[in-house]
Design a protein around this ligand. Structure first.
Ligand SMILES: C[S@@+](CC[C@H](N)C(=O)[O-])C[C@H]1O[C@@H](n2cnc3c(N)ncnc32)[C@H](O)[C@@H]1O
Length: 346
């Protein structure tokens, strides 16, 4: 794990992060913007049959809730809790839920790893959050503590290989901004920087609609003004999740060349249904290289994926107890750590 730029002590950094998202609620300050359905639509590629009726789900760092409320609409018999420390973001999320008549959601004020939430959840997800925590391992432990006995944890994280240039740009912005609260976006603009969704495998649009100017500001603030950013590799996860979950598996990479689902065991699952699927062997045409990579273990094959694809983001699944059996065969074939077939479910 690379801690690329870090000048505040943990407590100060956490409050600087909170200030950023008070000023720039992510992903959109727009209560009129459509809900984001991509996660709801993609979930059956990760969890067999998607979320189950009766489950409790935690979105840790739900932001303005466009994704969580999209999920809640798709799964009316699942109960969702959105934890979010930014009052501005949580307020937008609450209004968004009301606007869409969604009642199977509730919101909690607080920040990992200090938030007190005396509940456990069958499914916990945290997208784009853990890498902004001063101590990601403490945040992951907190997430693990809120998993039910056979619960699943789903994470989206920045990848160190594809984020090198943006981390340099971010460091330059923060160097040139007189202090972190004043006119940071002016510096972003003066440097000619503007985050493109293409870099994350979402060419042209976020949730099916181009960003408006307010949203572009939010994405630029998120990209270049964030006080805390860690970038990670698949290889960091076994250590970070050691003692937190019983297994970890790779799911997907995101980058300028697209956002393929990984299929390390060659299950072929979903390949015929259209989503882009990548086997590490597909990285090379040379037969010798294909044979060589086929003989490597999963972590090394993922290193090759990272080094060739240069992803900006990646997604993993992890879980407790028999939860691997709740995942699709593709995910179960992508294990980084844990028992090969997964523990049985009760
Ligand atoms: C990049 S946004 C992602 C929002 C949302 N997960 C999404 O994907 O649209 C990061 C969010 O994490 C929240 N956050 C920051 N620190 C946090 C913490 N310690 N605990 C929980 N959420 C936090 C921020 O307020 C912000 O809403």
């Amino acid at each position: 794990m690379q801690r690329l730029y870090f000048r505040e002590r943990d407590g100060m950094a956490a409050s600087a992060t909170r200030r950023l998202y008070e000023a720039f609620p992510f992903p959109s300050p727009g209560v009129n913007r459509p809900l984001i359905d991509v996660v709801a639509n993609e979930l059956p590629l990760v969890v067999e049959g998607g979320l189950r009726d009766g489950w409790s789900v935690l979105d840790a760092g739900c932001g303005t809730g466009h994704t969580m409320i999209g999920l809640a609409r798709a799964y009316p018999n699942v109960h969702f809790v959105g934890l979010e420390p930014s009052n501005a973001s949580r307020g937008i999320a609450q209004r968004l839920a009301e606007r869409h008549g969604i009642t199977n959601v509730e919101f909690a004020d607080g920040a990992m790893p200090d938030a007190v939430l005396e509940r456990r959840f069958e499914f916990v997800y945290s997208f784009g959050v853990v890498h902004h925590l001063p101590d990601p391992k403490a945040g992951l432990k907190w997430l693990g503590d809120h998993l039910a006995d056979h619960g699943l944890l789903h994470l989206w994280l920045y990848n160190a290989i594809g984020e090198v240039q943006r981390m340099r740009d971010r460091e330059l912005v923060r160097l040139m901004a007189a202090d972190e609260d004043s006119h940071g976006l002016d510096v972003v603009r003066a440097l000619g920087l503007s985050l493109s969704l293409d870099a994350y495998g979402m060419p042209g649009a976020w949730a099916g609609a181009a960003l408006d100017q307010d949203e572009q500001d939010v994405f630029d603030a998120d990209a270049y003004l964030n006080p805390v950013v860690h970038t990670l590799r698949f290889g960091d996860l076994p250590e970070l999740l050691d003692g937190v979950t019983d297994w970890v598996a790779a799911d997907r990479v995101y980058g300028p060349d697209g956002a393929p689902y990984l299929d390390l065991s060659g299950t072929g699952e979903f390949a015929a249904q259209g989503p882009e699927v990548l086997r590490p062997e597909d990285l090379f045409e040379d037969p010798g290289l294909r044979t060589r990579i086929g003989g490597l273990g999963n972590l090394d094959r993922l290193r090759a994926v990272e080094l060739v694809q240069r992803p900006t983001g990646f997604r993993v699944l992890a879980g407790r107890g028999g939860s691997l059996r709740r995942c699709t065969r593709r995910v179960a074939g992508n294990l980084l750590t844990g028992p090969a077939r997964g523990a049985p479910l009760p």
